[in-house]
Design a protein. Structure first.
Length: 484
């Protein structure tokens, strides 16, 4: 939602003249650049445990972060008060921290040599990516107790093996205002609703569990019977296979990744390596690959901040840069890293709108938004049929990645053996081991079924940030599968 400018000035009890004054104090130590990030966030949660809605909570986070860039040094300070005195004190603290570095040309002095990077116009409500119909702040917890109870009942009715259901509804609404030494003033109101359900199953011998979630940048209008039905169906889907699953023999084999949630491997094993801070510091294995072929020419990988209502979308990033759709890989060529303003200055280009932060207490850094591989032209059934022996992965659970080396290990949440082009035995207790750039180069088929997963994905690179991921069905040759 984009409210009138005065709404945000009133929320934070400042005027435009105050903003200019604070930036002036921040630059009083000789800094090159300063920006302000104001935040007023309301959080609530409601829990269903042991069959009942038994707890909930609500809190507000309010304050401003002030950043000063001076040469290669960053000064950052924040305050939970927006009184003129406290704002000036924080600005001077940031100026002091950022003082004393070796001087390099300022962002402002380099402006003429950059791709146009000034964004002085007012935010446009007509272009808002997350309009709010029912503001979470105007609802009460009692309204959603029956929602979680209904979700519980829908899940319990799906499978007699269910012995326990838990659920959670989390909401957030954040008023954000940003101002900087280019006199850019940006603002919006960012909603987020997340509903998740977990179920535990028992057949009398063993137990299994499953989880389903949905998260959108929407208000309370996101809660519908259709959404609850979708979650209930997902949390029980495939449980017969889960109980029947066995651990197969491991070894080198082809891996088919199903569309949707298995895109988390793309996010972790490849997406982070495309973030410009890792590349600027020479920590990414892709640091010297810009402009080079890194995979099959049928592959294009996008980081997208423009999908309406998507969990990872933004009107503006946390540096006031309009969000955009960025091709990291286009037709097999690495065409762009993901930039905030600092890395963009280093490379002499415009920011891609990927400067993000957890809250006003944190410095912005390059982060993904919605990261996915575009659809190819292969039918998923044909991809599976082409594999003589391999593994089909419905969904990964957790994993580990080394950004510098590109090595990864991901655990398979659910999947099947592929034998002579057919899905056969359900599998469990296996992991997939490989190297990000090598795995990318070994993708030999891309399905026509891209799915962006709407689960509650959160990325934890130094700070937490909401993201989403997606992928079509893809075939990766010769990965290591850890089994018996």
């Amino acid at each position: 939602m984009i409210q009138p400018q005065q709404y945000y000035l009133d929320t934070f009890k400042v005027t435009v003249k105050d903003l200019e004054d604070i930036v002036g104090h921040a630059l009083s130590g000789g800094g090159d650049w300063a920006d302000l990030f104001f935040e007023n966030s309301s959080f609530s949660d409601l829990f269903l445990r042991d069959g009942e809605v038994s707890s909930g909570g609500f809190h507000v986070d309010y304050g401003v972060g002030i950043r000063v860039l001076s040469g290669d040094r960053t000064g950052y300070a924040y305050t939970e008060s927006t009184s003129p005195k406290d704002l000036r004190s924080a600005a001077l603290a940031a100026a002091t921290i950022g003082h004393g570095s070796v001087h390099i040309p300022s962002i402002a002095s380099l402006e003429g040599g950059y791709v146009p990077r000034l964004y002085r116009g007012k935010p446009n409500p007509a272009a808002d990516r997350y309009p709010i119909i029912r503001d979470w702040r105007n609802t009460s917890a009692s309204e959603f107790v029956p929602v979680l109870e209904s979700l519980r009942d829908k899940v319990m009715a799906k499978d007699p093996r269910i012995i326990k259901v838990s659920a959670i509804l989390q909401t957030q609404v954040s008023d954000i205002m940003m101002f900087n030494s280019f006199s850019e003033l940006k603002y919006d109101t960012r909603p987020m609703g997340t509903i998740a359900v977990s179920a535990r199953f028992s057949d009398g011998k063993t137990t299994r569990s499953n989880h389903a979630s949905r998260s959108f940048r929407m208000g309370a209008e996101m809660i519908t019977d259709a959404l609850l039905d979708e979650l209930a169906a997902e949390v029980v889907r495939g449980m017969d296979d889960r109980f029947a699953a066995k651990r197969p023999k491991g070894g080198k084999m082809d891996v088919v990744m199903g569309s949707g949630a298995s895109g988390i491997l793309l996010h972790e094993a490849m997406g982070h390596a495309f973030e410009a801070d890792f590349n600027r510091k020479g920590q990414s294995i892709f640091a010297e690959s810009l402009g080079k072929k890194v995979c099959n020419e049928n592959i294009s990988i996008v980081d997208d901040g423009t999908i309406k209502y998507n969990r990872g979308s933004l009107n503006f990033d946390d540096e006031g840069v309009p969000a955009q759709r960025t091709y990291m890989v286009e037709n097999g060529i690495l065409t762009s890293f993901l930039h905030d303003r600092i890395s963009a200055r280093h490379y002499g280009i415009a920011s891609t709108g990927n400067g993000r932060r957890e809250s006003f207490r944190y410095n912005p850094i390059p982060r993904m938004r919605a990261t996915y591989m575009e659809s190819g032209n292969a039918a998923p059934s044909d991809i599976i049929a082409s594999v003589k022996k391999g593994i089909y992965v419905d969904e990964f659970s957790n994993g580990q990645v080394k950004i510098g080396e590109g090595d990864f290990t991901f655990f398979v949440k659910s999947g099947h053996l592929i034998e002579d082009g057919h899905l056969t035995m359900p599998v469990s207790d296996i992991n997939v081991i490989g190297n990000g750039p090598e795995a990318l180069a070994r993708i030999v088929a891309v399905g026509n079924d891209l799915k962006i997963d709407d689960g509650a994905w959160t990325c934890g690179k130094e700070q937490s940030a909401p993201v989403s991921c997606g992928i079509p069905t893809v075939l990766v040759k010769d990965l290591t599968v850890g089994g018996e």
